[in-house]
Design a protein around this ligand. Structure first.
Ligand code: 0GY
Length: 290
């Protein structure tokens, strides 16, 4: 059996940047606990347990109020660990599920009752065996009212995905901006392609997340490439820690340093309020918004 890996820091620094009241960490995961919620037999990595207690302790340490828990690929389409974490949150977490596209209305309704507000389509070959676009489109047309689709892809397949994304009948959230090469700069081809996609529909959102995956410290290229994007699309950006940082065991980021990046990509209080509070509430807690 492969050894279980740990991809997060036990004692992240306390950030200098204080998020506004009600801030949402809109991209994080839970792993297990494995004894209660086994990993998928098709999982591409086998992590140590990173359950809700640790997630909510991190939330408090970083100065956040709410979490959006995204079902991680290691749990396949068994969403029990995510639902369990949401149930432990006292209403302060909601989630994004990964489902078999054949899922029926009753099971979708049960996910809604458990706090799920969207489903994720993962196109990374190192994480999933297949990504059937036709079946994804089918289930996207049968989602409960108010749900959206989260898609995770790398920049090299964006052009190929454009017709699929155009056909999605619900709002779309792009994980980690579709992993652009931030070293190309704010006007490089990857950012141009992302902007063209954002300009093609007004209900495509992006997560201005993961400097640790897209750059090396001190993350200057990330800041230079992403700040203009947040400034130009202030109503469509989200932010998340990505804790417990799946597959980052060789370059574990300091969560406090990730939070300190926020003012470098969203320098004004108005942008910070949009990125961390208003935008995620619109997608995940619309009932809290006027
Ligand atoms: C992320 C990124 C990764 C992993 C997953 O579901 C997952 O396993 O999303 C990755 O390895 O790039 O957003 O968590």
């Amino acid at each position: 059996m492969t050894a279980r890996v740990k991809s997060w820091a036990d004692a992240p620094s306390t950030p200098r940047f204080a998020p506004p009241p009600g801030a949402v960490d809109a991209h994080c995961h839970v792993f297990g606990p494995m004894a209660q919620f086994p990993f998928s037999p098709r999982a591409k990595y086998l992590p140590e347990d990173a359950g809700p207690d640790a997630l909510f302790a991190l939330r408090d340490r970083l100065g956040f109020t709410r979490n959006v828990i995204v079902q991680a690929s290691c749990h396949g389409t068994d969403n029990r660990a995510t639902l369990h974490a949401i149930a432990q949150s006292g209403g302060m977490a909601r989630g994004v599920a990964v489902v078999d596209p054949d899922i029926g209305a009753a099971e979708l309704a049960a996910l809604h009752a458990g706090g799920i507000r969207g489903i994720r389509f993962n196109f990374l070959k190192r994480l999933v065996d297949d990504a059937p676009k036709d079946r994804f489109l089918d289930v996207a047309g049968r989602l409960p009212a108010g749900w959206h689709v989260v898609i995770y892809f790398e920049a090299d397949i964006l052009a190929e995905l454009r017709p699929f994304i155009a056909a999605l009948p619900v709002p779309v959230v792009i994980d980690h901006m579709g992993r652009p090469d931030v070293a190309q700069g704010p006007h490089g081809p990857d950012m141009q392609a992302l902007r063209a996609l954002l300009n093609s529909r007004d209900d495509i959102w992006f997560k201005a997340s993961c400097p640790d995956r897209l750059d090396t410290p001190p993350w200057d290229d990330f800041a230079a490439a992403v700040a203009p994007l947040v400034a130009d699309y202030p109503g469509r950006c989200l932010w998340g820690t990505d804790w417990p940082h799946p597959n980052m065991e060789h370059a574990i980021p300091d969560d406090g340093a990730l939070v300190n990046m926020i003012p470098r990509i969203a320098p004004t209080p108005a942008l910070q309020q949009a990125l961390l509070v208003d935008n995620p509430l619109r997608l995940y807690w619309p009932e809290l918004r006027a």
